[in-house]
Design a protein around this ligand. Structure first.
Ligand SMILES: O=C(O)CCC(=O)C(=O)O
Ligand SMILES: [Fe+2]
Length: 245
């Protein structure tokens, strides 16, 4: 167990007892129960709350733009001790080889009633996967940071992935979903979905298409942890150049 102290915050970086469950081998999808602690969740909620702005998507000419495709609010967060603790956990999970410099700034997304993110892939077209940007998004974690008890809807749907069958999944995925709808994860606070976006050739894997389904009641805060193929430029890491799509 890795433990470090940050005196300024009195925060102790301690890994929660995460349980990993494989969902799919191809594309690789792994479900992580208890990936961030209660303290980390409340800290992320606190620091992000005043910073949320309407989410954007990548437009044709490269400029981030608002769109009906993605009606949530987003923000990145300052790399304080809590954020660095989660970053290191995400890197260790990927087998030590991924370097800190490959991480995009962690991105929080908040949905209120009716808000959603339409079907998309996290891997990007070549114009957004330049060497300046560290190439493409090799992997994604989507972490459920804050999901009040009254929240309904807001699942994460992978239409091209076959759901696992065992009934022990039923708290974590929609088990009564019509088979044709693919796999829908329920938003369960503290848990995360990890997947690989790229085929071994480096090409984007179309089977990783997914959507943030509309929140019906309540709200949802999630977090994207994206690891690029190569180091992201300092400008992006310092968050001078937003990459917030
Ligand atoms: O909200 C979700 O469940 C998924 C969000 C997502 O896919 C994204 O922000 O890239
Ligand atoms: Fe996504």
């Amino acid at each position: 167990e890795v433990t470090t102290r940050d005196a300024t915050l009195g925060f102790e970086c301690t890994d929660p007892p995460t349980q990993a469950h494989k969902v799919s081998s191809s594309p690789l999808i792994i479900y992580l129960q208890n990936f961030i602690t209660v303290d980390e969740r409340s800290h992320l909620k606190l620091v992000s709350e005043p910073k949320f702005r309407p989410s954007v998507v990548a437009s044709h000419d490269g400029a981030p733009q608002r769109s009906d495709i993605r009606t949530s609010q987003s923000t990145d967060v300052h790399r304080d001790a809590v954020v660095r603790c989660i970053e290191q956990r995400a890197l260790r999970f990927q087998g030590f080889d991924a370097r800190e410099e490959q991480l995009e700034p962690l991105q929080l997304v908040k949905y209120g009633p009716g808000e959603h993110y339409d079907f998309h892939t996290d891997w990007l077209d070549s114009q957004y996967s330049t060497s300046f940007n560290g190439g493409n998004r090799m992997t994604s974690f989507f972490v459920y940071v804050h999901v009040p008890n009254d929240t309904t809807g807001g699942g994460t749907n992978f239409p091209l992935v076959t759901p696992p069958r065992d009934s022990r999944w039923c708290g974590l995925i929609e088990c009564d979903e019509p088979y044709a709808n693919g796999l829908t994860f329920r938003p369960v606070e503290g848990n995360a979905i990890f997947w690989e976006n790229l085929a071994p050739s480096g090409a984007g894997d179309a089977r990783t298409e997914h959507a943030g389904l509309p929140v019906t009641t309540g709200s949802k805060i999630g977090m994207n942890i994206w690891t690029r193929q190569a180091p992201v430029s300092d400008e992006v890491r310092r968050q001078d150049v937003p990459l917030d799509f």
